[in-house]
Structure formats: C-alpha cells, structure tokens
Design a protein around this ligand. Structure first.
Ligand SMILES: Cc1cc2nc3c(=O)[nH]c(=O)nc-3n(C[C@H](O)[C@H](O)[C@H](O)COP(=O)(O)O)c2cc1C
Ligand code: SF4
Length: 373
C-alpha cells in the first residue's frame, strides 16, 4: 500500500515522498513581481522540512493578470535571475519545485494598478471584487494563451521542475470553464467543449513550449459550489480530455471566493471527518481517469493522509495552511511525532500577506509571544 514517505515519479521528476505544498501566495515578492530573499528563505525552509514537491504561489503571466499585491510575476524575462537562485536553493536542499502560473481575470484587487480594463470571459459583474470586466476579444484570448506559454518557458529556464496551470478557484481559466462567469456565445462559450477551449489551447501552447519531457500539471475545481457554477460532470470531461492530451498530474480543489463557506480554504476543520473536503469528488475522478492525482483541501492528520493514499483515492497529498504554521510539518511526521497539524484553519493568515514582511501564522505568533512573556 502506498505510504506518505514512498517516492513518486511524475514524467521523470522523482519526488522523495508524496507530500505537496499547495500553491500559496505569500506577499513576499516585490511590488513588481520579483522573488525576494525572504521568499527564497521560506521556500528553502519547506524543502529542508522534507516537502516532496513545493508549488510556488500563483505567478502572473501578464501584468493585467495580477491578482494581489507583492505576488510573484513570470511575465517578463527579468524575473528569471532571482527565480534561478530560488530553484538552486531548493535543489541544494534535495527538494523539487513547480511554478503555478495564472491570469486573475476579474478576481483582482489590483484594479487601480492594471493598465486598461480588467479582462474576463464575459461582462458579468463580480460583487465580491466590485468589478465588471470587459469581455475578452478572440485576439486577447490568443494573446493570453501565448503569455501562458511564454511564462511556462521562463519557468523552465529558471530551473523549475514543473509548471502548474491555475485552472481553479475562479481565476481566468476557471472563469472560462464556469457558466457562472462565462456567458459567451462564440466558440469559447456555451457547452463545456467550448468553455474548455481556452484551457485546452493554453495547455497545448504550454506543452509545445516546454516539450513532452517537462512535467505540466493543473489545479482544477471539482465544483465551484455556487449556483450556476462548474459541475462535477464538466470537470470529469475536462480532466479526461487533459489526460488524453498528456497532462502529467491534476490537483483537485474546489470552490471560488463567491462560494462563502464552501471556498477553497474552508474553516471549521475540527474532526477527522471534516478533513479532505474534496475527497468524495476527487475519488470519482480517480476512478475514471488513471492520471496522477493530487488532493488538496483540509488535510490535517496522518490518519487522513494514510486513508487517501492507501485507498488509492489520490497519489499525492497537498497542504497549504498547515505548512504556513509549520513549515517543518512533514519532517516532524517523518521523525515520528505523528500528532496532527497544528493549524486550526482560522484563515487569519490571509490578511497577513499584506503585512510588510508577508504572510505568517497569527496563532503561532501569538503563542510564541505568550511563551516569551
Ligand atoms: C494565504 C493563502 C494563499 C493561497 N494562495 C494560493 C495560490 O497562490 N494558488 C492557489 O492555487 N491556491 C492558493 N491558496 C489555496 C491553497 O493552495 C489550498 O488550495 C487551500 O488553502 C486549501 O488547502 P489547506 O486546507 O491545506 O490550506 C492559498 C491559500 C492561503 C491560505
Ligand atoms: S493563521 Fe495559522 S492557524 Fe490560522 S489558518 Fe493560518 S496557518 Fe492555520
């Protein structure tokens, strides 16, 4: 039976174990998207903490695709030298690192900084972000596809071991996939075959740029969990098609910010049964498609990790918040301290990404300050 500390290979990339740090925006890049020493040190710590595969926070492929302040950028060759240093450090610590690439579409807080109108598949007002995007022209769609491809090429040149398309959580690819935001009447809207066209073109362009032997992944929503959003059958179609097209792994997530309590990073994970909240839907995908599957969302204990891996529901387990609180969690488990992750899933760390030093765990910091007193 597969165990957490078994090796796993994906398209020639050998991971020392089956743990993944799911993409996490840290607010530690510079204002114009460069990787900093602070971010490099954090990622190095994760590698030293025995995380099998680290996925960077989402990196924007075009300046108008930026979602948040101090987000990593991969929109320009000028980003490469600092990223080369980052990947070198990870490799020196025996780790592996993938870059997640994104266009935010309407889900951006950078409205004032973005040059020109915010893009989206259709003119659908987003209440949460307070933005009505401009519907992308076919030319802008092609431009964005090429931007993803160039970004993936840069990531490869910067020494990353893989790239991951951000196809989840309501960002541009997910906006196209979802009838909640995609109301187009051309060949990019309507039935799922059309809504997925932007993603499939992006995947093909990325693959053409990086070649067959470079791992390309995607993070996908099982469902959007909003009325009129992406449904399971759509995801199944997309996942099957991507598998046939040669995608190397799929990370299953779910929800968009508008889904409230059912957003990607859910709170109130108290009991073991609250963990791995996308497991039932991910399992169905895995049963139908033999693609390496990464599961994210509320995984907190070794009991749950073993259940996921032993039943073959997924091949790899991915965590974000537990590794904000404890970057050394995987090593702690490996060394025999099997207590569950200390993260209480309160989501207070989200706002800290805007603090001068970037993200930190509010609970951990409070606990340390109390200890010192
Ligand atoms: C502070 C923070 C930043 C995040 N940034 C990203 C991101 O850049 N890309 C992404 O796909 N998901 C992002 N997520 C979502 C996580 O990757 C993950 O899907 C979610 O938190 C659920 O996993 P968890 O329960 O292990 O935290 C972020 C989550 C948090 C808490
Ligand atoms: S603030 Fe700390 S405990 Fe709360 S979700 Fe973030 S990492 Fe977990």
């Amino acid at each position: 039976m597969p165990e957490l500390f078994d090796e796993f290979e994906i398209n020639g990339m050998v991971l020392t174990n089956r743990s993944v740090r799911s993409a996490t925006w840290t607010g530690m890049a510079t204002q114009n998207g460069r990787c900093t020493t602070r971010l490099t040190k954090l990622v190095e710590r994760l590698a030293r903490g025995d995380v099998g595969l680290i996925i960077t926070g989402f990196a924007y492929v075009m300046p108008n695709g930026q979602a948040l302040p101090k987000q990593l950028g991969i929109h320009d060759d000028a980003m490469i030298p600092d990223l080369l240093n980052l990947t070198k450090r990870v490799h020196a610590a025996n780790g592996k690192i993938a870059m997640q690439i994104v266009h935010a579409g309407v889900q951006t807080v950078m409205r004032k900084e973005i040059d020109g109108p915010v893009w989206g598949p259709s003119v659908v007002h987003d209440k949460l972000f307070g933005i009505t995007p401009r519907a992308m022209t076919q030319r802008q769609i092609k431009e964005t596809v090429q931007a993803f491809a160039r970004a993936a090429g840069r990531a490869k040149r910067a020494g990353f071991d893989a790239v991951q398309l951000h196809g989840a959580h309501g960002y541009l690819i997910s906006q196209f996939l979802s009838p909640f935001r995609n109301k187009r009447t051309d060949n990019y809207g309507g039935r799922i075959e059309n809504r997925a066209r932007f993603l499939f073109e992006t995947y093909r362009a990325v693959r053409k740029t990086v070649g067959r032997n470079f791992p390309v992944f995607i993070k996908l929503n099982t469902k959007d969990f909003v009325r009129g959003g992406l449904q399971e059958r759509d995801t199944l179609f997309v996942a099957k098609k991507l598998y046939e097209m040669g995608i190397d792994a799929i990370e299953m997530s779910g929800g968009i910010p508008a889904a409230g309590n059912l957003s990607p990073a859910r709170t109130r994970i108290c009991k073991t049964s609250d963990e791995a909240y996308f497991l039932p839907l991910a399992k169905k995908i895995k049963e139908e498609i033999p693609v390496p599957l990464i599961l994210v969302g509320g995984i907190r204990s070794l009991t749950t990790v073993s259940q996921i891996l032993n039943t073959g529901a997924a091949d790899l387990v991915s965590m974000a918040r537990p590794l904000i609180r404890e970057p050394g969690l995987i090593r702690r488990w490996k060394e025999g301290d099997r207590k569950k992750a200390k993260c209480i899933s309160c989501n207070q760390c989200f706002a800290t990404g805007n603090s001068p030093g970037g993200i930190y765990c509010v609970i951990e910091r409070k606990a340390r300050t109390k200890k010192k007193k």
